[in-house]
Design a binder for this molecule. Structure first.
Ligand code: 15L
Length: 270
């Protein structure tokens, strides 16, 4: 891996993983609609809109591997999700194929499976239960990754990322938190591991309260070092400031499940 492209480089996750990737790979191409701050000597910024196929092809030029963080990163109106995460994600995989990119690490999300109850432990092979239009768009991206791997030989890793940050923000995040360094470990598995063809893994640190069986990642050598419980007091204090949310607190996806919810509540409160 000589030249690595990161889309969504000006976003918050991009900002956290960027210095760690820049330290590893000789050439980093950063792409986003706005320029990220303080470029290092081995970083080049190329602006692109994911909705512009020609622009996406331009940023893929000469690239060996892509870390695709770009797109709409929360629940939103259908039109925004459609443009950024459906059309934009298709452009990314198709441009990667046309330009001979070898690997793509796709930032999927825990919201692809957010409607699993917190009481249930799930692996990466469960039937998806998206909790939002955003979650559905992430499954579309996972589907594209699988298709381009099987049909075109692209090697793809879909990471169902929990919540990236220096520490878990609340009780839910004690289960799904991932520290930036652990996410970079997973990204490097996606960019470098020789056995990888197509896999789905969870982007979580070493969390005692995890709801996910991440044995696929461990099989590929993932050894997370972040421990959510080290920040338990802070996370629970923050949780205490939040109003109760019967739907969100029951399901793994939290507030994404509660948004616009008018479904069947049997079994939630009883
Ligand atoms: C995500 O997928 C979002 O991108 C992020 O903003 C958080 O909402 C995160 O999930 C989460 O579930 O905490």
């Amino acid at each position: 891996m000589k030249r690595v492209l990161m889309t969504g480089a000006a976003g918050s996750v991009g900002g956290m993983v960027r210095p760690l990737l820049t330290a590893v790979y000789p050439e980093i191409v950063l792409s986003d609609v706005k320029e990220p701050q303080s470029l290092r000597p081995n970083e080049t910024f190329i602006p692109a809109e994911l909705t512009d196929m020609a622009g996406v092809e331009r940023v893929c030029e000469g690239v060996d591997g892509v870390v695709h963080l770009g797109g709409y990163s929360v629940e939103g109106p259908w039109e925004s999700i459609l443009q950024s995460n459906i059309i934009g994600c298709y452009h990314l995989f198709e441009a990667a194929r046309r330009k001979g990119v070898r690997r793509v690490v796709f930032a999927s999300s825990n919201h692809a499976v957010g409607f699993y109850p917190r009481a249930q432990r799930i692996g990466a092979d469960v039937v998806p239960r998206p909790d939002s239009r955003y979650g559905v768009s992430k499954l579309f991206g996972e589907g594209l990754g699988s298709l381009y791997a099987d049909k075109h030989g692209l090697r793809v890793l879909s990471l169902r990322i929990g919540n990236v940050g220096e520490r878990p923000l609340d009780k839910r995040r004690l289960s799904i938190w991932i520290k930036p360094g652990d996410l970079v470990q997973l990204i490097r598995i996606g960019l470098e591991h020789s056995d990888l063809r197509y896999e789905v893994m969870y982007g979580a640190s070493l969390n005692e309260r995890s709801w996910w069986d991440n044995s696929v990642a461990y099989r590929y050598g993932y050894r997370p070092t972040g421990r959510a419980e080290d920040f338990r007091d802070h996370a629970l204090a923050e949780q205490a400031k939040l109003p109760p949310d019967p739907v969100g607190d029951y399901f793994q996806g939290g507030t994404f499940c509660a948004m616009e919810f008018d479904g069947d509540t049997d079994g939630i409160w009883s």
